[in-house]
Design a protein around this ligand. Structure first.
Ligand SMILES: CC(C)=CCC/C(C)=C/CC/C(C)=C/CC/C(C)=C/COP(=O)(O)OP(=O)(O)O
Ligand SMILES: O=P(O)(O)OC[C@@H](O)CO
Ligand SMILES: [Mg+2]
Length: 248
């Protein structure tokens, strides 16, 4: 298995903090403007594109977005909500297991169905424990998550340790797209302190202050989705502040 994207992430994390731009193929209002929007995000310093969504996303729409982004020289990583979102046009896929789901399909079912095709296409996998925290949004509802409260750090850490002991490399702390609150800094710092997982945080991040708080707490990768569509200028400011951040 090639590890190109994983090495790219590791190298950038040694130097600083990464930002991933989430592009939802069903929510992009104007596909004709995606190329110029994506270039601005790239020039601001975003480290990769995550492409995915829960509702209304098809393989055709995914391929179309991957095609539009193909000339931009940062990784295009699939963020799958289900097994239909697998494409050879992507550089990697977040191989998610929704660890706090009550539905075995989202813990190990979808993964078993998807694995042979991913292997055949030779797409790099990023083994990721996915935890839904506090709000959950559509992903939490569809994924039948037994939501971890925003303030239950001990419970989140227990899942994180279990993920690490099972060999996962990434942990995605997801408040849910459009969440009124972000995951809290205390939860991130506790997981950073006690594990070696690469911590991805997303959901409801709409300001530089919110992003930097999570970065200071130890997040390796910050994901923003909605703000890119709602206010691209603000998204660019968030990206610049994350990429300029240096741990002391
Ligand atoms: C490994 C493979 C192929 C699949 C795993 C599938 C799993 C475990 C999914 C977890 C549950 C789930 C529904 C995750 C969604 C992740 C995602 C793409 C979130 C972003 O989308 P939203 O913003 O919630 O979607 P909408 O904008 O459509 O509401
Ligand atoms: O759209 P936002 O609220 O930025 O959330 C991003 C992502 O974590 C959702 O899966
Ligand atoms: Mg969304």
């Amino acid at each position: 298995m090639k590890e190109k994207i994983s090495k790219y992430i590791q190298q950038l994390s040694e130097e600083g903090v990464l930002h991933f731009s989430l592009i939802d193929p069903d929510k992009i209002s104007n596909l004709d403007k995606l190329d110029s929007l994506a270039r601005k995000l790239y020039e601001a310093g975003t480290s990769a594109f995550l492409i995915g969504g829960t509702l209304g996303v098809s393989k055709d729409k995914l391929d179309n977005v991957l095609e539009i982004l193909s000339d931009i020289k940062i990784p295009k990583i699939i963020f799958p909500s289900n097994i239909n979102l697998i494409s050879e046009k992507a550089d990697a896929i977040l191989f998610l297991s929704l660890l706090n789901s009550d539905d075995i399909y989202y813990v190990i079912g979808a993964q078993v169905i998807a694995a042979p095709l991913i292997k055949k296409l030779g797409i790099e996998v990023l083994p990721t424990g996915y935890l839904i925290i506090g709000y959950g949004g559509t992903a939490g509802h569809i994924g039948r998550a037994r939501i971890i409260p925003f303030d239950n750090n001990e419970l989140a850490l227990s899942y994180a340790l279990a993920a690490e002991f099972m060999g996962m490399k990434f942990l995605y702390l997801e408040a849910g797209s459009g969440s009124p609150e972000t995951v809290r800094a205390e939860m991130v710092s506790m997981i950073r302190r006690f594990t070696n997982l690469t911590i991805i945080v997303g959901g409801g991040i709409r300001s530089q202050e919110a992003a930097i708080k999570l970065v200071e707490a130890g997040a390796h990768i910050i994901v923003t989705g909605n703000i890119i569509e709602d206010n691209p200028e603000k998204a660019i400011k968030i990206i610049e502040s994350i990429r300029n951040y240096r741990r002391v």
